[in-house]
Design a protein around this ligand. Structure first.
Ligand SMILES: *[C@@H]1O[C@H](CO)[C@@H](O)[C@H](O)[C@H]1NC(C)=O
Ligand SMILES: *[C@@H]1O[C@H](CO)[C@@H](O)[C@H](O)[C@H]1NC(C)=O
Length: 626
């Protein structure tokens, strides 16, 4: 009797345990993240229950450090695996979440009525995206969404200051957004400006009238003002920069890429900035006739990015990037222009409020799905690092790493504000936004991600640092091993205690490399104009990299891929060191260009043929199947 009593009791207890086994849907919610009321934002109204919100769910990537180890080997010119980049499938495996995480997140979605077809995920399944009404999001995250209004700009976003997740999911979800990220993507800015007769003009607004028409060029003006407007294809790069003079200056003149080689270059566009084909053709007719008839690019839309070819909708940034990146590498087999949609509307009404988009994330997730992404991709946009939430910056940077592990070289402009706001005077904007208003320099993102190649600006012959050339030290990313020795040597040369507290001496330092960044002659909306900015330098460097890829691929070697370790360990010898100039900002004189690396011009400007010889003599592996 006794024993059966106990047996029954045991069964009962066991049965209860089964009944109570927690599932994603019945376990308790636990707080995942909360923030204080964000500065500068006003809680405007509850978010309408039926308003649709696109939730992005990041899953932890348990093997990501393994991927990083592979990347460090294949990008190290002294490693036997150098140049042997990974395939998409290999990167996807090493970037994937644990299968249990995928399963539990699916259960959670299903529990809220979301079926397989409602879920979008990235190629490694590390991000899942669902679009749901606010009322569903509020249940999933046990939170209340509000419309928040930015006090200064009137910008509206739908956000919350805290969210919870079922306890069982805490180890399986890294973050859910948009929730507590109040970053203002409107600050995403292109790093270019218009120049007028050599005067640097930072105004983007009154751009159109800074351009002069083709007719103006035919005037044989003999006064000095007009002289600068004459577009001379064979200029010497001192006051007018053209494709031809860049090719000569960077020792690539006469090099003709083989159009049959599987080589490619990509240009990114954001902020409704469209590359215009007519403008490009006219530019080439005058400055690169060989490219005028046949140069073309593929258009790729990301996140509903559009492609408007009406000339009045052309973007100067996009035109600059495409005209130089393409012009310098013609006749490359493939060129791509990515138009990425998404930025917050400035004056949306309560009813039309949209989600703030995260353009880099959208873009990089898209490119990671491509079987054959362009081997070099140039981006001339950036924003103050501190306006990008740290966890978000880290996740995006990691995505960039996934792309470089496949042999893609990512080139970013280093920004146009020197060490911060570009101003020597006292009226600087260089304060922390953490509520403490600490006076400090302003590093940029994504330039400060260690997996991208950051490009600063020079001008004139011999080359001098451009005073606006963005440079400094990230506060989010620590210094990568590849630049440790070089940068710490530089820091030892700084006057004792100078700028103490204004920058992070342990941070990833930028830029890595530089190129001309003033007086670029572009054709825009049917007229000629002169453009400056690290925006101009980035496509020029990207083009030189693409030419190097042509040389490597034609010898059966792998692409450059993640080029920074090579640049710091060997490549610097094949660069032109820039030793004059500085990048003032934040009420200081900024840093100086010096012998060797400096936070103004990086390691220097490229010498194509020297780099080519150096790369060809390194022990490069056969190309990976990208
Ligand atoms: C912003 O408001 C102005 C004036 O009300 C209007 O003309 C404009 O179209 C609005 N822009 C957007 C993007 O809604
Ligand atoms: C830059 O050079 C000037 C002149 O030599 C010097 O006074 C200043 O301290 C230097 N600044 C830095 C950051 O090295």
């Amino acid at each position: 009797m006794r024993s059966s009593f106990y047996a029954a009791g045991f069964l009962l207890a066991f049965g209860q345990a089964v009944m109570a086994a927690p599932t994603v849907m019945n376990c308790a919610h636990k707080l995942k993240h909360s923030i204080d009321e964000p500065r500068g934002w006003i809680k405007f109204a509850p978010a309408p229950a039926s308003h649709k919100i696109t939730l992005r769910v990041a899953l932890p990537q348990p093997r990501i450090s393994e991927l990083e180890q592979h990347l460090l080997q294949v990008s190290d010119p002294d490693h036997p695996r150098y140049g042997n980049y990974l395939s998409k499938a290999e990167v996807d495996v090493l970037s994937a979440p644990h299968p249990e995480s995928i399963k539990l997140v699916k259960e959670w979605f299903a529990g809220h009525g979301l079926s397989h077809s409602d879920i979008d995920h990235t190629s490694a399944q590390d991000w899942a995206t669902v679009t749901v009404p606010i009322r569903t999001a509020e249940k999933m995250l046990k939170t209340r969404y509000h419309i928040w209004k930015h006090a200064e700009t009137g910008e509206l976003v739908v956000r919350t200051t805290r969210y919870s997740l079922p306890e069982l999911l805490h180890d399986h979800i890294a973050l859910v957004q948009p929730t507590t990220i109040f970053s203002r993507w409107s600050e995403l800015k292109s790093s270019m400006f218009y120049e007028n007769n050599g005067q640097v003009e930072k105004s983007l607004a009154s751009s159109a009238n800074r351009f002069y028409s083709l007719d103006d060029l035919q005037d044989d003006g003999d006064n000095e003002d007009d002289e600068e407007r004459i577009i001379a294809p064979h200029s010497d790069c001192t006051r007018t920069v053209t494709i031809d003079c860049l090719m000569r200056l960077y020792n690539a003149a006469g090099y003709r890429p083989n159009p049959r080689i599987d080589n490619s270059i990509g240009v990114t566009g954001f902020l409704e900035n469209y590359a215009n084909i007519e403008d490009m053709k006219t530019m080439f007719q005058h400055l690169h006739p060989a490219a005028a008839r046949s140069a073309k690019f593929d258009f790729v839309s990301v996140n509903k990015g559009e492609n408007h070819q009406q000339r009045h909708l052309a973007g100067a940034e996009a035109n600059l990037d495409i005209q130089y990146a393409l012009g310098m590498v013609h006749p490359i087999k493939k060129a791509v222009f990515y138009s990425t949609g998404g930025r917050p509307p400035f004056n949306a009404s309560r009813n039309t409020v949209r989600n703030t988009n995260e353009p880099y994330l959208e873009w990089v997730n898209h490119v990671l799905t491509e079987e054959k992404p362009p081997l070099v991709i140039t981006t001339s946009y950036g924003e103050d690092e501190q306006t990008v939430p740290r966890e978000y910056a880290e996740l995006v940077c990691r995505k960039f790493m996934q792309l470089t592990a496949r042999g893609v070289t990512l080139v970013f402009s280093s920004g146009d504000g020197g060490v911060g706001d570009g101003k020597r005077g006292q009226n600087h904007k260089c304060y922390s936004n953490d509520g403490k208003d600490t006076y400090k320099f302003l590093p940029l993102f994504p330039s400060g991600c260690p997996y991208v190649t950051s490009v600063g600006a020079t001008y004139s012959i011999p080359e001098v640092a451009a005073s606006f050339s963005g440079g400094g030290f990230s506060e989010y990313f620590t210094r990568p091993a590849y630049q440790e020795k070089t940068v710490s040597n530089y820091l030892k040369t700084l006057p004792e205690g100078l700028y103490k507290g204004l920058y992070n001496p342990a941070g990833r330092a930028t830029p890595d490399i530089s190129a001309q960044g003033r007086f670029f002659q572009i054709h825009h909306r049917g007229r000629w104009g002169s453009i400056g900015g690290t925006s101009a330098s980035a496509p020029a460097v990207a083009a030189i990299f693409a030419l190097l890829n042509d040389a490597l691929l034609s010898k059966g070697k792998g692409p450059l891929g993640f080029i920074n370790p090579f640049l710091y360990s060997k490549g610097f010898e094949a660069l032109n060191d820039v030793v004059y100039g500085s990048n003032p900002g934040c009420g200081t004189e900024g840093f100086n260009a010096t012998v060797g690396w400096d936070p103004v011009t990086g390691l220097g400007t490229p010498d194509f043929r020297k780099l080519k010889n150096l790369l060809e003599s390194t022990n490069y592996k056969a190309p990976a199947v990208v």
